[in-house]
Design a protein around this ligand. Structure first.
Ligand code: NAD
Length: 289
């Protein structure tokens, strides 16, 4: 029997690559429900699978901020069960905190945090009743340590860590495994899709000159990191496959072979001061970038 996989946020990026890989599995081990908020964006996914996978792929509309749409998609699953739920949909929000509107802050929490949680909620009772299931969540190193100008993004991703870790403790009693796939920078549409305060934005007129100059440095750092150190989605998909194939998956997977040094510093030096000065140095004092 094929494993039934439902993935959120499949119109681009990691979700799209994972859907393509699983639907094209040479041994046809998976039936993939690739979901996306806007079905008008399904062409990219269809092009990638080249129409070859009618029996292993279905595309469904699902907006993770809309409970009705989640339940509607759930009810379209022909097998009437989801073995592997992948909560991947997410957005970024970048800029000085003092100019973020309450609406944009709400929005990011709604998609990244509540969207993930209410997707899990919709499939939880059924997984518990069947005494099996996998829940995989696309995590971020920004969920493990803070990043300047990403306060709300990090808050949403830190919150996911707490929710998932809490669930994992309970769900092991139901043979349900929760895993976070912690990504650093990945080459996707993330930077295009994120909501970002541009240096030319009129809102920045209210912000002090020092913050703006630090923000400028941050943006340079960010683009150089994405240019030089971003992973390809295929690398991330391999880690998802490891987690999916493991008989007893870990709670946390890192997509690089070693835990990133700053993440390690955050974990090994719990008073926080070393992490804060190391991160500040990396981002703000590199004249030679
Ligand atoms: P992406 O922008 O290409 O993909 C995100 C997907 O989520 C998009 O297809 C978007 O349409 C979808 N989405 C947004 N709001 C939605 C909603 N309300 N309902 C359903 N879908 C919605 O970027 P990506 O890098 O593939 O992002 C996937 C996940 O990876 C996100 O959770 C992101 O936070 C996380 N992540 C990305 C990076 C990176 O550098 N790209 C790093 C760490 C973590």
């Amino acid at each position: 029997d094929k494993k039934v996989v439902l993935i959120t946020g499949c119109s681009s990026g990691i979700g799209l690559s994972l859907a393509v890989r699983l639907a094209s599995d040479p041994d046809k081990r998976f039936k993939v429900y690739a979901t996306m908020r806007n079905l008008a964006k399904k062409e990219r996914l269809l092009e990638c699978v080249k129409g070859l996978h009618k029996d292993t792929l279905d595309i469904l509309q699902m907006d993770v901020t809309d409970r009705q749409s989640i339940l509607y998609a759930r009810d379209r699953v022909v097998e009437k069960r989801v073995d592997i739920l992948v909560c991947n949909a997410g957005v970024g929000l970048m800029g000085p905190l003092e100019v973020q509107s309450l609406d944009s802050m709400r929005r990011i929490l709604e998609v990244n945090l509540l969207g993930t949680i209410q997707t899990i909620q919709a499939f939880l009772s059924d997984m518990k009743a069947r005494g099996q299931g996998r829940i995989l969540v696309t995590g971020s190193t920004g969920g493990l340590h803070g990043l300047p100008f990403n306060e709300m993004y990090c808050a949403s991703k830190f919150a996911i860590e707490g929710a998932c870790e809490s669930l994992a403790v309970l769900l092991q009693h139901f043979n349900i495994h929760v895993s976070l796939i912690e990504c650093g920078p990945v080459n996707t549409d993330f930077l295009v899709n994120l909501q970002k305060v541009e240096l030319e934005d009129a809102t920045l007129q209210q912000v002090d000159a020092q913050t703006i100059s630090l923000y400028e440095k941050y943006l340079q750092h960010c683009s150089s990191v994405f240019q030089n150190a971003a992973q390809d989605t295929e690398d991330i998909v391999k880690v998802f496959l490891d987690a999916i194939q493991s008989p007893s998956p870990a709670f946390r997977y890192f997509t690089t072979s070693v835990v990133p040094p700053l993440t390690k510093l955050k974990m090994t030096e719990p008073d926080g001061s070393q992490y804060i000065s190391a991160m500040s140095k990396i981002i703000f004092s590199a004249e030679d970038q």
